[in-house]
Design a protein around this ligand. Structure first.
Ligand SMILES: Cc1cc2nc3c(=O)[nH]c(=O)nc-3n(C[C@H](O)[C@H](O)[C@H](O)COP(=O)(O)OP(=O)(O)OC[C@H]3O[C@@H](n4cnc5c(N)ncnc54)[C@H](O)[C@@H]3O)c2cc1C
Ligand code: FES
Length: 281
């Protein structure tokens, strides 16, 4: 059992949670993830390791379905049954020169740990944090601390630059030489934003989030096509060369279980109503 040390909302439907998991905290590297199973009847859900402090790891998640809604309802002092990890390959960290990290919505959760590692490796790090509106922006202060420069965009102009993070990336690469770019956010955002760096041939990484079940390369549910070959995001990724990823195939696979996911969330809400919001009842 893994104790939740601290938890709470940081934006609209977005929560940060610190969980005591010494085996993960000791070994975690930038770009890796863990898998939570809240209780015996629970689904396994992958979440990126967003920060480490002593024996605790931080995850940041959006309550989008049954399990993330359940997670959002837990309190400090509650326990999670299983925490598996760290899983996946770490980010490629080395001296590149100037690196730009672009986060879209809750995808920004992945960036501070990567920014710290790149800074420690001697890179200049520019952060670009985007969201649909100011209420969905996360980690602006923390990214300001771990990056040499930070730019902010919102689609509706409610904070920072009025437009997409991709527009800020375009301006940045026009202004100064950039050696590597990370883009982490919704799949469609990663697909579109990766086109900004393709003409200049800038090394660009994306972190993919296909459906994962075991997280160890056994079930095949997380397969993605990269450079024309089948790869498993849980063991070969989750980070891949953005210019080699078949995003259309990925988006199609991610829609496979939409009806079941909706039904499962509705059942969870029904159950919460019946037991007065106490799902342990
Ligand atoms: C490597 C990796 C890292 C991730 N990191 C984060 C993170 O840091 N923060 C965050 O908010 N989300 C993250 N996700 C997505 C997160 O796992 C899903 O939001 C979560 O599983 C949804 O579960 P649910 O029951 O609440 O929603 P559901 O209603 O079951 O699903 C909602 C949507 O979540 C996705 N999803 C559902 N089940 C899975 C699964 N087993 N594996 C992957 N995706 C699934 C699907 O796109 C689905 O349409 C990550 C996914 C992967 C693969
Ligand atoms: S999650 Fe099963 S192979 Fe990747």
């Amino acid at each position: 059992m893994y104790k939740i040390e601290k938890t709470g909302p940081i934006a609209d439907k977005v929560y940060q949670m610190w969980v005591n998991a010494p085996h993960v905290a000791r070994n975690a590297q930038a770009g890796q993830f863990l898998i939570f199973r809240i209780d015996e009847s629970g689904e396994r859900i992958p979440l990126t390791i967003s920060a480490v402090d002593g024996d605790a790891v931080r995850v940041i998640f959006m309550a989008v379905g049954k399990t993330t809604t359940h997670l959002a309802n837990l309190k400090a002092g509650d326990h999670i049954l299983d925490v598996a990890g760290p899983l996946g390959k770490p980010s490629e960290i080395k001296k590149f020169g100037t690196c730009v990290l672009v986060g879209g919505g809750v995808g920004t959760a992945c960036l501070p740990i990567i920014a710290r590692a790149l800074r420690n490796a001697g890179n200049r790090v520019i952060g670009i944090v985007g969201a649909r509106n100011a209420g969905l922006l996360i980690l602006e202060d923390e990214m300001g601390e771990v990056c040499d420069e930070l730019q902010v965009s919102t689609d509706d102009g409610s904070r920072g630059f009025h437009g997409f993070a991709a527009d800020l990336l375009k301006q940045t690469i026009a202004k100064e030489p950039v050696s590597a770019v990370w883009i982490i956010g919704p799949t469609i955002m990663m697909k579109v934003t990766a086109e900004v760096t393709r003409p200049a041939g800038i090394r660009t990484f994306v972190s993919l989030n296909p459906i994962m079940v075991d997280g160890t390369g056994m079930c095949g549910s997380c397969r993605v096509t990269v450079g024309g070959e089948t790869r498993f995001a849980c063991v070969d990724g989750p980070e891949f060369d953005a210019h080699q990823v078949d995003f259309n195939g990925l988006m199609q696979r991610m829609r496979t279980y939409q009806a079941e996911e909706k039904e499962s969330l509705e059942r969870f809400h029904d159950h919460q109503c019946r037991c007065g919001g106490n799902h342990h009842a």
